[in-house]
Design a protein around this ligand. Structure first.
Ligand code: PEP
Ligand code: MG
Length: 598
C-alpha cells in the first residue's frame, strides 16, 4: 500500500491481552500481524498555467476522468467475478462523481479563471463538495464523503502519473487496521493476503462491513481508537462474532480461543456435510431452517450455507443503503433477482419497517418524542398507501419469478392486516389492469412482535397464512426495555417468563388456526434456544445465513420429545435465569460442543 498509504510506526499504548470492543460485522476468528494503513495526505503543489496551455490542462483533466472511469470499471468487473454483483455496485457512487456535471464544470471554469494547475483546482472542488456534505447530520451521507475523497484521490493520482496501489505489495497474511477503508482500497487488497479488518470508524452498513461480509473475511468496525493502540507487526486476534480485538493475546486467552476455534472447526467440518441434510431432530421431527437477508447480494450465502429459503428479507435496507426512496421498478428488479436465484425456495419479503431507529434521510417525517412507539413500520405504510402499494406491486411483479410471500411487520391488531390486505388487492387490480402477471394467491403473513399481536393472535390468524415471531421487538415491548440501550441490556432477557408465554400463545393460536409459525428474531440464532423453541412447537427458524449450520446442528442433536419436556419445564419457571439454566443443561446433555461456542 505504499503509494496510497503508509504503514504506521508510532509508539502505541495497548497492553498485552488488552481487549478492544467494537461492532462485529463479519463473523470468524483470526490471529495474525497487523498492517496499519494510514491514508496518505494528497500533496498537491500550486502552479500558474499560461494562457496558451489552458486548453491542454483541460484535456489533461478529461483524460484523467477517462482513465479513472476505466480503473473503476476494472475493479467492478473484478469484484463481480470474485464476489457478487451487488457489491461491485458500490462503485457506481464513484462513477456518479465522475459524471457530475457541477463538479466537472467547476473544475473547467476554475482552470480558466484561476489559471492554476488542474490538480489544485480538482482538490479545491473536491474539498468544497465534501465540505458541504460534512455538515449534514446523517451517517449515510457522511459515508458518501469517503466515496468522494476516494475517487478524487484516484483522479489526482492519474493526473500526476502516480500508479494505483499494487495488489502485489502485501507479501504475507495481515490483518488490516485502518481509521476507515475506502471501498477501492478494500477491493484492491489481495483477498488471499488479508485475513481480517479492524477499523476505528464504520457501522454495519459501511462499505467495509458490506465487502467484508461478501468476501467472508472477519471484520470489526467502530473500534474508535485501534489505530492509536496498535502498530504494524503487532499480533492481534480478532473475533468478528463477538466484535472484539485482543492485542497480543496472552497464553491463557490463546488457549481459550484455541479451544473455541478447534471446537468451531470441528463443528464446521461436520457442518459442511450437513448442508443437504434436513433440519430434523434425532427422533424425526422436521422444521424449516431459513435465512434472514437485507440485500440481494446475500442470496449466495443463503445457498452456500444450505438455508431452505429466506424467512425474512428486511426491505428497508434497500432504502437505507441507497439513502432514499427506491422506485417500484428498482424494487421489482431486486425482488425478482432474489426470487429467481432462490427458486423454488420460498422468499418472504417483509414490507418496509422504517421508523424506530431506522430513519430515511430526507423522508421529512415529523419528529417524534418516542419513535419506537410512534409511526413506524406498517403504521407508516398504511399512512402512505400510494407508496405502500408501489412496494406491494413490486413484490407481486417478482412473484412470478419464484416462490414469493409477503410479510407485514409490527402488526398490533387484525384491523391493520385487513387494511394492508385491502391495499394488496388494490395493487393486484392495478397490475391486472395493466396486464402485468403476478401470483394471484400469493401468501401473506404477519410478524408477531408486539404483545398485543400475540394476545390476539387467534383473531389475526384468520387473515394470514403464517406468523413469524420478531423476538427482537417482542422482547423490548414486553419487558419495556430498549433493545439498543446498553444501560438496560441486563433486562433484555429472551427467556423472561412473560416472553415465553407470549411465544407459546402465538404458536398455539397459529396451530389452532391451521397456519405455521416461525421465529425470525435473533433468539432463533442462539443454538441454546433451539431445543426450547422446538419444544414450544415452532415450524420454522430464520437466522443469518452463516448461522444456519450451527442451528441445524442443534436441531439434529436434540430429540423432539426431550425438547417438549424442556419447554414444559421452562413455561413453569419463575425467572429468565432459571429457564436459561435448563436450556444449558439440555445442550450439555445433547451437544456439549455447541456450549463452547455460545
Ligand atoms: C424482530 O423484531 O425480531 C425482527 C426480526 O425485526 P427487526 O429486527 O428488523 O426489527
Ligand atoms: Mg422487528
Amino acid at each position: 500500500m505504499k503509494s496510497d498509504s503508509e504503514t504506521s510506526e508510532r509508539i502505541k499504548d495497548a497492553k498485552q491481552g488488552e481487549v478492544l470492543v467494537g461492532i462485529g460485522v463479519s463473523p470468524g476468528v483470526v490471529i495474525g500481524p497487523v498492517l496499519v494503513v494510514v491514508a496518505k495526505v494528497i500533496q498537491v503543489v500550486e502552479r500558474d498555467i499560461p494562457l496558451e496551455e489552458i486548453e491542454a490542462e483541460i484535456s489533461k483533466f478529461e483524460d484523467a476522468l477517462i482513465e479513472t472511469r476505466r480503473q473503476i470499471q476494472e475493479i467492478q468487473e473484478n469484484l463481480g467475478v470474485r464476489t457478487v454483483k451487488g457489491d461491485a455496485g458500490i462503485f457506481d457512487a464513484h462513477l456518479m462523481v465522475l459524471d457530475d456535471a457541477t463538479f466537472i464544470s467547476s473544475v473547467i471554469s476554475g482552470i480558466k479563471t484561476k489559471k492554476k494547475n488542474v490538480e489544485l483546482i480538482v482538490k479545491e472542488a473536491a474539498d468544497g463538495y465534501a465540505g458541504a456534505l460534512a455538515s449534514v447530520e446523517d451517517n449515510y451521507i457522511r459515508e458518501r464523503i469517503a466515496d468522494i475523497r476516494d475517487v478524487i484521490r484516484r483522479i489526482i493520482r492519474n493526473l500526476s502519473g502516480d500508479t494505483a496501489p499494487s495488489r502485489e505489495e502485501l507479501q504475507h497474511k495481515h490483518i488490516i487496521v485502518a481509521r476507515d477503508l475506502a471501498p477501492s482500497e478494500t477491493a484492491s487488497l489481495r483477498k488471499d493476503m488479508v485475513i481480517g479488518f479492524a477499523t476505528d470508524l464504520g457501522s454495519p452498513t459501511s462499505h467495509t462491513a458490506v465487502m467484508a461480509r461478501a468476501l467472508e473475511i472477519p471484520a470489526i468496525v467502530g473500534l474508535r481508537e485501534i489505530t492509536e493502540k496498535v502498530a504494524t507487526g503487532d499480533e492481534v486476534l480478532i473475533d468478528g462474532n463477538k466484535g472484539i480485538v485482543i492485542f497480543r493475546p496472552t497464553p491463557k486467552q490463546l488457549e481459550e480461543y484455541g479451544r473455541v476455534a478447534e471446537a468451531r472447526k470441528n463443528i464446521e467440518r461436520g457442518l459442511t456435510s450437513l448442508k443437504s441434510e434436513p433440519a430434523e431432530t434425532a427422533d424425526g421431527h422436521r422444521i424449516v431452517l431459513s435465512a434472514n437477508i437485507g440485500q440481494a447480494s446475500e442470496v449466495e450465502s443463503v445457498i452456500k450455507y444450505g438455508a431452505q429459503g429466506v424467512g425474512l428479507f428486511r426491505t428497508e435496507y434497500l432504502y437505507l443503503s441507497k439513502g432514499t426512496i427506491v422506485s417500484e421498478e428498482e424494487q421489482a428488479e431486486v425482488y425478482k433477482k432474489v426470487a429467481a436465484t432462490l427458486a423454488p425456495r420460498p422468499v418472504i419479503i417483509r414490507t418496509l419497517d422504517l421508523g424506530g431507529d431506522k430513519f430515511l434521510p430526507g423522508a421529512e417525517l415529523p419528529a417524534e418524542t418516542n419513535p419506537f412507539l410512534g409511526c413506524r413500520s406498517i403504521r407508516l405504510s398504511l399512512l402512505q398507501p400510494k407508496h405502500f402499494k408501489g412496494q406491494l406491486r413490486a413484490i407481486l411483479r417478482a412473484s412470478v419469478h419464484g416462490n414469493v410471500k409477503i410479510m407485514y411487520p409490527m402488526i398490533s391488531s387484525a384491523g391493520e392486516v385487513v387494511r394492508a390486505n385491502e391495499l394488496l388487492e388494490e395493487a393486484k387490480g392495478e397490475l391486472a389492469a395493466m396486464g402485468v402477471p403476478f401470483q394471484k394467491d400469493i401468501e401473506v403473513g404477519a410478524m408477531v412482535e408486539i404483545p398485543a399481536a400475540a394476545l390476539t393472535a387467534d383473531v389475526i390468524a384468520k387473515h394470514v397464512k403464517f406468523f413469524s415471531l420478531g423476538t427482537n421487538d417482542l422482547i423490548q415491548y414486553t419487558i419495556a426495555v430498549d433493545r439498543g440501550n446498553e444501560r438496560v441490556a441486563y433486562l433484555y432477557e429472551p427467556t423472561h417468563p412473560a416472553v415465553l408465554k407470549l411465544i407459546q400463545m402465538t404458536i398455539d393460536a397459529g396451530h389452532r388456526n391451521g397456519i405455521w409459525v416461525g421465529v425470525c428474531g435473533e433468539m432463533a440464532a442462539d443454538p441454546l434456544m433451539t431445543p426450547l423453541l422446538l419444544g414450544m412447537g415452532v415450524d420454522e427458524l430464520s437466522v443469518s445465513s452463516a448461522v444456519v449450520p450451527l442451528v441445524k446442528d442443534a436441531v439434529r442433536c436434540v430429540r423432539h420429545s426431550g425438547a417438549k419436556e424442556l419447554a414444559k419445564i421452562a413455561l413453569s419457571c419463575k425467572s429468565a435465569v432459571e429457564v436459561l439454566s435448563h436450556c444449558r443443561r439440555m445442550m450439555n446433555e445433547v451437544a456439549p460442543e455447541i456450549l463452547e461456542l455460545v
